[in-house]
Design a protein around this ligand. Structure first.
Ligand SMILES: *[C@@H]1O[C@H](CO)[C@@H](O)[C@H](O)[C@H]1NC(C)=O
Ligand SMILES: *[C@@H]1O[C@H](CO)[C@@H](O)[C@H](O)[C@H]1NC(C)=O
Ligand SMILES: *[C@@H]1O[C@H](CO)[C@@H](O)[C@H](O)[C@H]1NC(C)=O
Length: 500
């Protein structure tokens, strides 16, 4: 396993390290050109193909715009341009057509164009990175030609770029002068090496379009570099599963990948997390009823504590195509958990469990199960990372792949208790004056749950006439607190009163 791991990582890191070596030399790499200067005539090194009916072989010549019409371009519809990234084998990766198909079949009245810059992309990474400006300029020229010929408004343009393609899209935006900007740019795991930490004019940034969003999926650092850029580059930056690595992409899956792709399995494993950004975007087009929601948070650790599931003041948004394009002053880093395969959506719940008057410091292992109007959660093991004592609350995040509906009741079980029983029995035998009634005890007050997706908060209490004490290895049932019912009733009434 370790040999496989080493081989695999070497493959990925080799080119990146080459990139790092020249980093000191970056004036060379990023030959600075003044933004917004487009000289005519322009010879495009990239090819543009209009995607229609499952084919992408209708080539558009920006200098001969009648080719657009013959390819089926409809100037009353929006335009989406997909741009790929660095290429190992000079082939268009299969996700390109998947994304184009998903856009075309779900949005219908839309023009989808694919940028082909493979001849420049299939080089040493730093060389490919250096070409991103000129490819960006090619796109800017195409858009300018559309403006001139059809008075085509830039705000109807949406650029979607993967890896290096994300920065290409940014450069395209910055080459276009004038009051009007490109409507939207989506960066799918924008490339990190040679772009991380650069000034906004040297990478994708919020200035490049009216609205810029990015999905970061492979920012795990190795030898000081990460494949995807870590810093925020848009108005909204999404970090699924923390952004560094993705579920289902673990190196443990390499054997599956090898059986599926042969030796290319190595590459597939490396690419898995990077390309996840694309599949998350495709998911947002294909699964309209399963839109993933993400929440603004300081960092992944806070998110895992469950404290960030807030939607007020645009603190949450929808990942992917259907994002709410509101612009607020600051750029936002949003977090979410996802499944390991499509549909990726998970439901997020914040739990707050109140422990009362805990005399002994204990670190219980707990299991919770939830019952809602639609579904049951099944057993959810809770890891308590720090001992509990005194009056304290434990806050954590739980994710479920099903929608439970309105929460009705929950069961709590205190496991691993046998151990405690024995310990206490022993202690009691050793120090008889410790008192016969002394037992490890756990007293739970209220349990409050906030659902991120509905923003509903539900509070659970022990049943009336029931003690708060949790018995070892027994399911303790909590029901919705009395005041919770009345509060919800009031909320519903208020909502009914305010709606027309
Ligand atoms: C595009 O390619 C398909 C086969 O892949 C072919 O049937 C079709 O005629 C081609 N269209 C054009 C415009 O070349
Ligand atoms: C262009 O698209 C619109 C719908 O957005 C449609 O009504 C119109 O007929 C299309 N034009 C052509 C030439 O296909
Ligand atoms: C917990 O709070 C109760 C009152 O709510 C108080 O009587 C008790 O002393 C507190 N226990 C500890 C360990 O702080």
């Amino acid at each position: 396993m370790s040999v496989v791991k080493v081989l695999c990582c070497l493959l990925a890191i080799y080119q990146l390290n080459e990139a790092k070596k020249i980093r000191g030399n970056r004036a060379d790499v990023m030959a600075a050109e003044p933004n917004g200067v487009l000289k005519e005539p322009h010879v495009s090194l990239s090819t543009f193909r209009l995607f229609a009916e499952g084919e992408d072989n209708c080539t558009v010549d920006p200098l001969q715009l009648h080719t657009l019409t013959s390819c089926g371009f409809n100037s009353s519809n929006p335009l989406i341009i997909i741009t790929h990234g660095w290429s190992v084998d000079g082939m268009l990766e299969s996700w390109v057509l998947k994304l184009a198909t998903a856009l075309k079949s779900n949005l219908i009245d839309v023009n989808v164009v694919i940028t082909d810059w493979l001849s420049l992309a299939q080089t040493h990474y730093p060389t490919a990175a250096k070409s991103t400006r000129s490819v960006g300029k090619d796109i800017a020229h195409l858009l300018q030609a559309l403006q001139a010929r059809y008075q085509y408004p830039l705000r109807k343009v949406h650029l979607i770029g993967y890896s290096l393609g994300a920065h290409i899209s940014g450069f395209a935006g910055s080459y276009l002068e004038g009051p009007e900007k490109i409507g939207r740019i989506t960066g799918l795991d924008p490339a990190g090496p040679l772009f991380e930490g650069m000034s906004p004019s040297d990478r994708l940034s919020p200035d490049d379009a009216d609205f810029v969003d990015a999905i970061h999926t492979f920012t795990q650092e190795r030898m000081g570099l990460s494949v995807g850029i870590k810093q925020a580059v848009g108005h909204y930056d999404f970090y699924p599963n923390g952004g560094d690595f993705q579920p289902g992409c673990d190196l443990r899956n390499i054997y599956e990948h090898i059986s599926q792709y042969g030796l290319l399995g190595f590459e597939q494993t490396v690419k898995c997390a990077h390309e996840r950004s694309v599949h998350l975007f495709i998911d947002s087009l294909l699964n309209k009823d399963k839109q993933s929601r993400a929440y603004r948070c300081r960092d992944e650790r806070s998110f895992d504590r469950g404290v960030c599931l807030d939607c007020r003041k645009h603190r949450c948004n929808t990942l992917g195509y259907n994002i709410n394009q509101v612009r607020t002053g600051t750029s936002k880093r949003l977090y979410l958990k996802t499944r390991s395969q499509m549909p990726y959506k998970l439901h997020h719940y914040q739990f707050r469990v109140q422990f009362v008057n805990q005399m002994e410091r204990i670190q219980p292992s707990l299991t919770i199960s939830l019952t809602g109007t639609k579904e049951e959660s099944g057993d959810i093991p809770i890891t308590v990372t720090e001992p509990i004592s005194g009056n304290t609350s434990l806050t954590f995040l739980i994710t479920l792949d099903k929608d439970l509906g309105d929460l009705m009741f929950l069961k709590l079980r205190w496991d691993g208790a046998a151990l405690w029983k024995n310990v206490w029995k022993r202690v009691q035998t050793m120090i008889p004056w410790g008192g016969a009634e002394r037992q490890a005890q756990l007293t739970v007050g209220k349990i409050s749950i906030k659902a991120g997706e509905t923003q509903e908060r539900t509070t659970f209490c022990a049943m009336v006439h029931d003690e708060q004490q949790v018995e070892i290895s027994q399911d303790k049932v909590f029901v919705r607190c009395k005041e919770d019912w009345t509060q919800q009733h009031r909320r519903k009434r208020n909502r009914a009163a305010t709606s027309p």
